[in-house]
Design a protein around this ligand. Sequence first.
Ligand code: C2E
Ligand code: CA
Ligand code: CA
Length: 377
Amino acid sequence: MGHAVGDLLLQQVTTRIQQKIRKGDFSARHGGDEFVVILSDCESIKISKKISQNIINSLKLPFFVGVHTIHIGASIGLSYFPLDSLEPEELLKYSDIAMYFAKQSGRNNVQLYSRHLSDAVKYNQKVDNLLRQAIGKNELHLVYQPLFLKNKVIGIEALLRWTNEELGIVPPDIFIPIAEESLLISEITEWVLQQSIGTIKKLRNLNPDLYVAVNISVKDCLTPKKLQSNILTLLNEYELPGDSLEIELTESVFIEELGPIETLFNNLKSEGVRFAIDDFGTGYSSLTYLLSLPFNTIKIDQSFIRQSDKVKLGVIKGIIDIAKSLSMQCIAEGVETAEQKYHLEKLGCKRFQGYYFSYPLVIEELIVFLKKSINSN
Ligand code: C2E
Ligand code: CA
Ligand code: CA
């Protein structure tokens, strides 16, 4: 919306913060979209938490700037004098660390600083350092989980694994967000794409219609031109059609500026590449958003599949119906039991992924699995 709107929004934010603090308290913009508040003579942690919550609540209400209605949120980290430190610089650093964790646990949260947060930051830094060498040291590998249409394998999802000498096995849920914080993710994604597309080339000798689904981070979408040229170069090199690749994105793409992502979609879709929306139902799940980017596939999040109570089944049915009416495919993730499969089928779901069908497999196991499934069909 431009700098002018941004500046006016910042001014309104300032006013709202000031309205929520007391006389004698202090507030300042610390740079970018960060503010600092000092609560003097704060009698208890409870009061500081209450004031923080008040600030968050007031910033949740819409802002009106010119013709724009703007929705924002805030994350607050708290540190205490003299409990956490006597040094202003350290207190700032600690509240910043706490704020980082508040952000990570979702929007509009308050987080108190504690020693273990600093330890977590140190661990993250270690992971980041070691991850930088992981590709060169051959520590990364991919496993592939088959994707099913009824009982037939139609594709595979590439899932990243990292084993490090010092840290042992680090799950992707831990190291991907850390890689996303630094620019490391783009290097990792490039490697994952290269491996996955190489693999699907080989597997298409067994089944010429097979595709590979690759998880792409929302951070990769910030450099859409690079991502696009990586993908098209690889498909070209391996002489593969676009539809041998499906890109999985989570709903967090919707918080980025959509323009460049739309261009990425259009350019790759015109080459046949498909897009899936991952973990559907856990993020923004706005219908407006769903219509704004032409996804081919909705992946229903595992959390809906796991508990098959009436409400969850209703939500699943809703998602399946939305997919149908938008001519999108729908796949259920995390199917672990025959019972879950049965319920999903009754709701009209035909595509599945999960331990009930197959665990993620290393390439050698996958080839055996595919050969077996071809013979039995
Ligand atoms: P995701 O994309 O939602 O991947 C599905 C996750 O569910 C995988 O966990 C998979 O092993 C697990 N899973 C599959 N079937 C079942 C089931 O029946 N039950 C249960 N409980 N789990 C099942 P994994 O491999 O640990 O990956 C976790 C997440 O890490 C992925 O979630 C994805 O967001 C991220 N990730 C993995 N590989 C990559 C990658 O190459 N790039 C990026 N950007 N993210 C990745
Ligand atoms: Ca995925
Ligand atoms: Ca998922």
